[in-house]
Design a protein around this ligand. Structure first.
Ligand SMILES: Nc1ncnc2c1ncn2[C@@H]1O[C@H](COP(=O)(O)OP(=O)(O)OP(=O)(O)O)[C@@H](O)[C@H]1O
Length: 672
């Protein structure tokens, strides 16, 4: 097919009367209307720029470049290594030049435009001999309705040819198409699907946009491939005719952020797994279950029955039927009966839609980001983006560019082209600044200016972009101490903390078992899982240094380990959790000695014991004196047990790698 495509292209060039040997007239190709073409294709550029940077990093060849053209073949932008950009500019492979076949003969860009398919044109396959030093791999970029937007191309010295380059270019083009689709249909219901659930969220996933009336509006290429239909055929279908589903059923299922993928069957019998994305305030009225119905399920009393396991009473009062709503959304989702949480939610509700910045404090994994998302979801800004920036996980040198964006040429070297910053991306919506205490001091001043002036100026630009944002920030640090140490600006602190709410650590919450139930229901909606008394006691006695994140990890693993068993018992828990939890049982207590079928703790839904009474069963010579020391020891032990592998330790503990590094530094400084 490749040879055929090249041959046909050569025939077209010969018919056009192009010369293979004459020096092409580059001057006439560099048109002055580049600015116009760029303006017309600004959106394409905005979506493509970050992908082009990534693609260049992956090609890693110093003798190559990444090129973006419009649908006529005019080069809009290029990124690459200086030396090669210069070589390429000698054959006019540079912004402003047109690389359609009419102008440049057979070449990957021009031939892709005609064949509307990914193409490699290598060395002598180029029609014009002047381009014979190149090897080029290009892929078309389509909008969700099947119109060609442009071409993405990697061109390099012919010796830099690599078999995988075309694959990378194709994947990058898909990435741009997916961004475009999500942007185009940000108000629609979007179904993300694949026959293998683990492929949802990857570039392999199909995405279909659905209107409120259930009509299918557009799809990405993977969706069309999986469904084996054209874009036009797809648009003649509805969610009911193609997937045997209703919009209401999808909205109901995914009202909980923790809902598992849904299963759907195509008319031909093919089974697909699907997740949905939609803006809750716009779509919730299409769900069939009211919020109160849903809350009823969540809030059902959860006493431990003397017989029959933890959920027996709750299940008796309201059986968990397959397909029942997994629960409410937004702030209601977080209301599971704990008094401290109730107080926090009442406070944030008061400032909803008042443009008062909210600062959420709390230990790792307590749900700070979930609270920020819930606030956004319940606000009038829910139709616009929620953009989260983790100031601790981005290298210091990149935070500025990441937040503020940058203009073409803002960095030395031609590699860096403009990019939209997170602040501008969040325009209209909510910007969540996670770990804001980790923001470098110099940047704090710039952020303060954005918050005061409500405009952002990208690096290297002289023009400010107006932005309208709600700000939610979070940190585990003590910002007041940082202000005293002059590592956090006081004026920024007062800008960010219009309202401060502190989320309680899990060990202080009285609704542990309601959360457990909620997580298990989300994990296994059609098969209600129960816990035996021994496991309930272990969960209650444990200190949960990783809070709800760690709890969710422990339960997820247990649910998988339980297989077809309906009741989770100690054999379903991972060994490291079991060991830690056993150690934390109040001295003298032993889960093994609890009478079978009897609750190990007296009060239903009682909070975990406070720190002081949770002494380890086996006193060690160097017993930790404080809760913080206990936490540090747990982390240190987990890292040791993982052979120093922080990623494994972080997975086992259910806390982020950053948190582990931070805690280990703290331990070092204490020991040092
Ligand atoms: N109330 C809740 N019910 C169910 N799951 C929850 C709840 N709160 C948090 N989680 C889950 O716990 C995990 C951690 O939550 P989140 O990321 O919001 O915590 P965080 O405090 O921002 O953590 P970090 O400080 O480490 O960034 C997520 O998987 C989230 O879905």
């Amino acid at each position: 097919m490749h040879a055929e495509s090249i041959l046909q292209s050569h025939e077209r060039c010969a018919a056009l009367g192009l010369s293979r040997v004459d020096r092409p007239d580059h001057a006439s190709l560099i048109r002055s209307d580049l600015a116009l073409a760029r303006e017309r294709n600004l959106r394409l550029h905005l979506h493509a720029a970050p992908v082009m940077e990534l693609l260049l990093e992956q090609t890693m060849a110093s003798q190559s470049m990444v090129v973006l053209t419009d649908a006529q073949g005019t080069v809009l932008h290029s990124v690459g290594h200086d030396a090669f950009l210069q070589r390429a500019s000698k054959v006019a492979l540079a912004p402003g030049a047109n690389w359609s076949e009419q102008n440049k003969g057979t070449n990957a860009i021009g031939t892709t435009l005609i064949d509307e398919a990914p193409t490699v044109v290598h060395a002598g396959e180029h029609y014009m001999h002047a381009n014979g030093f190149l090897t080029c791999s290009a892929a078309p970029i389509f909008d969700p309705r099947g119109n060609m937007l442009g071409v993405l191309d990697v061109s390099g010295d012919l010796h830099s040819y690599h078999l995988h380059t075309l694959g990378l270019v194709k994947m990058s083009a898909r990435m741009i198409e997916n961004h475009w689709l999500s942007d185009d249909f940000r108000h629609a219901l979007r179904l993300h699907f694949h026959s293998r659930p683990e492929f949802i969220g990857t570039l392999m996933e199909g995405i279909v946009a659905v209107g409120r009336d259930g009509r299918l509006l557009g799809a990405n290429r993977s969706a069309l491939d999986q469904l084996q239909m054209s874009g036009a055929a797809l648009r003649m279908n509805s969610i009911a005719t193609l997937f045997s589903l209703t919009v209401g059923a999808v909205v109901d299922h995914f009202r909980s952020p923790m809902a598992p993928p849904m299963s759907m069957e195509l008319p031909g019998g093919q089974r697909l797994h699907m997740r949905a994305a939609f803006n809750w305030p716009t779509w919730h009225s299409l769900g069939s279950t009211t919020i109160d119905d849903a809350l009823d399920v969540i809030d059902a009393p959860s006493p431990m029955a003397a017989t029959g396991g933890f959920f027996a009473a709750a299940a008796g009062s309201r059986p968990a039927t397959p397909g029942a709503s997994p629960g409410p959304s937004g702030l209601r989702y977080l209301q599971t009966g704990d008094a401290q949480m109730e107080a926090a939610i009442t406070k944030v509700r008061r400032v909803l839609n008042r443009d008062i910045p909210v600062m959420v404090l709390g230990e790792t994994g307590t749900g700070k980001e979930l609270m920020a998302r819930a606030l956004h979801q319940d606000s009038d800004r829910a139709r616009y983006p929620f953009v989260a920036v983790n100031c601790a996980s981005i290298p210091e040198s990149l935070i500025e560019a990441e937040l503020f964006g940058y203009e073409d040429g803002a960095f030395t070297g031609a590699r860096r082209k403009g990019a939209v910053g997170k602040i501008a991306q969040a325009n209209g919506g909510t910007l969540f600044l996670d770990e804001v205490g980790d923001m470098p001091l110099a940047l704090q001043a710039r952020l303060l200016r954005v918050l005061q002036e409500r405009q952002v100026m990208p690096l290297g630009s002289t023009k400010s972009i107006p932005v309208d944002l709600a700000i939610v920030s979070a940190t585990h640090r003590n910002l007041r101490d940082m202000i005293s140490a002059q590592t956090f600006r006081e004026d920024l602190y007062y800008r960010l903390n219009g309202l401060v709410v502190r989320l309680p650590p899990l060990r202080e919450r009285s609704d542990l078992m309601t959360i457990v139930r909620k997580i298990l229901r989300a994990e296994s909606p059609s098969r209600p899982l129960d816990l035996d008394d021994e496991v309930v006691e272990l969960l209650k006695a444990y200190r949960w240094p990783g809070n709800i994140r760690q709890l969710a990890n422990v339960l997820r693993t247990a649910a998988v380990m339980a297989g077809s068993d309906m009741v989770i018992n100690r054999t379903h828990l991972s060994d490291d959790f079991l060991e830690d939890a056993q150690r934390e049982l109040p001295s003298g207590a032993s889960v093994a000695s609890a009478a079978p079928g009897q609750p190990a703790h007296a009060a239903p839904g009682a909070a975990a014991e406070p720190a002081a009474s949770a002494a380890p069963a086996t006193p060690a010579a160097t017993e930790p004196a404080t809760l913080q020391e206990m936490e540090l020891r747990t982390i240190q032990r987990a890292v040791e047990e993982a052979g120093g592998n922080i990623s494994i330790a972080s997975r086992r503990l259910g806390i982020s790698r950053n948190t582990i590094y931070r805690k280990l530094r703290l331990l070092d400084s204490k020991q040092g």
